[in-house]
Design a protein around this ligand. Structure first.
Ligand SMILES: Cc1ncc(COP(=O)(O)O)c(C=O)c1O
Length: 387
């Protein structure tokens, strides 16, 4: 069965390249290719000059897989398969799941993490974090959702859209729960490496659990979304073989220039990650000031990691995805509020309706260079509205 349309991606397809201020994107500022190449060592720059544009290895460039494996405690290059991140979700779900399987998935979330499973004919239970508990994904809730036929637990930490990041203790308990149920874990770690401190970073799932798949890529923490390079890592070779066989029906192999540029990005990760973390920190401070200023209109829970958070229209009575709400700055709810802000100011916010999560929240993205400029436009607009 073909999956339902991906609402968030359709929303961005419509607005991302026409809106003036992007305040809701989830990637970090796209790097200049010239800077990436200039920051590479001599060997990689020479390879770039004489790169052949033929087909590439289906599992990915060997040196790139080695560099990716070095991000984990327990992975070897053979445990890694390169694919675009969204493609990797599609392939891994199809390799792992069959009709009738039960799946538990964090929600709200990136739609393909549960929609692909549904399209395969799986029953999906949604694991929701209460906003009143600062969006904490409670491991006790996961334990309650697990069943004897649960094949897969899907989570995404740091979390899109809430910015939730479990404590180490909660995370260990989640893994123990999946292991006790004999379930696989698909761990979407796209926003990993974007924690405010090294101590806050969770171990990759494959470094804690044998039946795990870790997903990551160059789009978010590295600011290299246009490369379309990501990967899945797992210790299960049979699973990786199935993923590889399915990739023959999507892209067959990845783009040669993108693979080499991704290798440059990974080898320069010290400086790239430091720059991106610092930008997110700065933008988060700026957002905090605006939320304090407009506390009667907007309420937010600052993100614990990653690039995004999920503020609420404070006048709304609705919490935790309840679609009912009352009055306030945007009487028609978050969707009408975002549409009005876009129309009047050119600022793009992402309403929670694209997450199928009520009509009271919107996503804010903290990864871009011009965030503060757009935020100032939003600030002035809200101030004028309040007069
Ligand atoms: C949680 C999550 N997983 C996967 C992806 C897919 O990444 P990409 O757009 O680079 O394919 C995204 C992109 O927004 C995401 O937010």
């Amino acid at each position: 069965m073909i999956p339902k349309p991906f609402t968030l991606e359709r929303f961005f397809a419509k607005h991302e390249f026409s809106a003036r201020y992007l305040l809701s994107t989830s990637d970090c500022q796209g790097m200049l290719m010239a800077d990436l190449v200039a920051g590479a060592d001599e060997e990689l720059r020479a390879r770039w000059e004489r790169l052949t544009l033929g087909y590439t290895e289906s599992r990915g460039l060997p040196e790139l897989r080695a560099e990716i494996a070095a991000l984990y405690e327990s992975a070897s290059p053979d445990d890694v398969l390169v694919a675009a991140p969204e493609e990797a979700i599609f392939l891994a779900m199809n390799a792992l799941l069959e009709r009738g399987d039960h799946v538990v998935c964090t929600f709200p979330g990136y739609q393909s993490l549960y929609e692909v499973a549904r399209s395969i004919g799986c029953e999906v239970s949604l694991w929701r974090p209460p906003e009143a508990e600062a969006w904490r994904f409670d491991p006790a809730e996961l334990e309650a959702l697990l069943r004897p036929n649960t094949k897969l637990v899907v989570w995404n930490f740091p979390h899109n859209p809430t910015g939730a990041l479990p404590s180490q203790a909660d995370y260990e308990r989640m893994i123990a729960a999946a292991a006790a149920a004999g379930a696989w874990v698909f761990s979407d770690e796209m926003y990993r490496l974007l924690e405010p401190t090294d101590e806050a970073r969770l171990p990759a799932a494959i470094d804690r659990y044998e039946r795990a798949v870790s997903l990551s890529g160059m789009s978010k923490a590295f600011g290299l979304a246009g490369l379309r390079i990501g990967w899945v890592a797992t210790h299960d070779q049979r699973l990786l073989e199935r993923v590889e066989a399915l990739k023959d029906y999507t892209t067959i192999c990845s783009s040669a220039p993108s693979e080499l540029l991704a290798l440059m990005g990974l080898r320069s990760r010290g400086t790239i990650l430091a720059t991106n973390r610092e930008r997110v920190r700065r933008n988060q401070d700026a957002a905090g000031a605006i939320f304090a200023h407009h506390a009667s209109t907007l309420a937010w829970i600052p993100p614990q990691g990653g690039t995004v958070c999920f503020p609420r229209l404070a006048s709304s009575a609705a919490q935790a995805g309840d679609a009912t709400r009352t009055g306030g700055a945007a009487d028609g709810g978050a969707e009408a509020f975002c549409a009005q802000v876009l129309r009047d100011t050119g600022v793009l916010l992402l309403p929670s309706t694209v997450y199928d999560y009520g009509d009271s929240h919107f996503r804010l993205g903290l990864g871009r260079d011009d965030f503060e400029t757009g935020l100032k436009v939003l600030d002035d607009y809200l101030t004028a509205q309040a007069l």
